[in-house]
Ligand binder design. Structure first.
Ligand SMILES: *Cc1c(COP(=O)(O)O)cnc(C)c1O
Ligand code: SF4
Length: 356
């Protein structure tokens, strides 16, 4: 199936889902009463475990009754997070937390409706209505020369057709102040068929303004030969590929899985960029760990335990920007004369300091 056929056969009915898995009584009853947007491509559905309801892919795709609970989430999360109620007036498509870079939302369609999505009020629940007018966003960008980096997001921008993406890139590259264009897309993971000859033509070729992509892969099971090929094709047309994982309870919050995920990403040439603390959107308490967990996992699974390239930064995304929360075990003592440092095995060493 090509990518258009994947979308035409989108797995968003019980009948289609049952071709891939045996539903539990609980899953079936939640789906029968579901009012949210859900589903994924037949490709991604085919990676689900047929009989295990705890399959990490099933849990990201199939709605759960736990979504009705909201003890630790925030109401109107996205309005708060993207500073929509405050500050300067902007089109709905532009989210801003920094002076020199913005997020530009161009669609709210996705190749998977992630149950843990921080934009779920918009993308999954449909409670929040925004107008993603591309021309309005382009106009705003043209009027803001202080913006040097634009992150095109959604939804999933690679669900747009080649002509629309070509138009978007051409318009953005006409803006002299833009130094780079980034895309956030899960397609290399959920719809690798999208990285086809047409898209390569749109993205490819040497250009003053480079393209960087970040995908979202949360579990080693999501990485296949198809993904490896899609990433290779992106790289071979000059597009860099990184990963932004979301730390998800019961999916990737265990040391061995977390390490395997980051090693396997590198094995298909994806550079781990961020691990996000699962955000406080409403109805996703069941995916959230304590805030400390991400730093603990980097300490126990990654830093010193595997290749330096496999190390993402753990960040908490907030309304005032992304804030790193990394392990802090390594500085045991410091003074004007020396630093006492500790490694991942608990061994200590001292280093003479240079007075300021
Ligand atoms: C994540 C994000 C960015 C990009 O942040 P980087 O740390 O540069 O990757 C920019 N703007 C908004 C609103 C964001 O949420
Ligand atoms: S692909 Fe991205 S925007 Fe779409 S549901 Fe998943 S996390 Fe949300």
């Amino acid at each position: 199936m090509n990518w258009q056929e994947q979308l035409k056969n989108f797995v968003n009915t019980i009948d289609r889902l049952e071709k891939h898995i045996n539903l539990t009584v609980e899953e079936r009853s939640v789906l029968e009463n579901n009012t949210t947007t859900w589903g994924t491509t037949p490709y991604f559905a085919s990676l689900m475990d047929r009989n295990d309801p705890n399959c990490p892919i099933r849990k990201q795709v199939i709605p759960s009754s736990l979504e009705q609970q909201n003890r630790y989430g925030m109401d109107d999360y996205l309005v708060w997070k993207e500073n929509r109620a405050t500050e300067e007036k902007r089109p709905d498509s532009i989210a801003r937390q920094y002076k020199d870079r913005v997020a530009f939302t161009v669609t709210q369609a996705c190749g998977v409706y992630c149950r843990h999505c921080f934009r779920k009020e918009l993308v999954v629940d449909g409670d929040l209505k925004l107008d993603f007018n591309v021309n309005e966003g382009l106009q705003w960008l043209a009027e803001h020369p202080e913006v040097r980096d634009v992150l095109i997001t959604g939804g999933d921008p690679f669900l747009l057709g080649d002509e629309q993406l070509e138009f978007l890139l051409r318009k953005l590259r006409e803006l002299p102040h833009l130094e780079m264009i980034r895309f956030g897309t899960r397609t290399p993971i959920v719809l690798p068929q999208r990285i086809d000859a047409g898209l390569k033509k749109v993205l490819g070729g040497y250009h003053r303004v480079p393209i960087w992509i970040n995908t979202q892969c949360n579990h080693p099971k999501e990485i296949t030969e198809e993904t490896a090929k899609a990433v290779f094709d992106l790289l071979s047309c000059g597009v860099n590929v990184g990963n932004q994982a979301v730390l998800l309870k019961g999916i990737n919050d265990e040391v061995d899985t977390f390490r395997e995920l980051h090693q396997k990403l590198l094995s298909v040439r994806i550079k781990p960029y961020y691990v996000f603390y699962c955000e406080a959107a409403p109805g996703i308490d069941h995916f959230r760990t304590p805030v400390e967990k991400g730093a603990e996992l980097i300490r126990d699974a990654l830093r010193g335990h595997t290749t330096g390239l496999a190390q993402p930064m753990h960040v908490v995304a907030t309304n005032i920007g992304k804030i790193p929360l990394m392990p802090d075990y390594y500085i045991k003592d410091k003074n004007g004369q020396e630093y006492c440092l500790q490694n991942h095995k608990g061994e200590k060493t001292t280093l003479p300091n240079v007075p300021a």
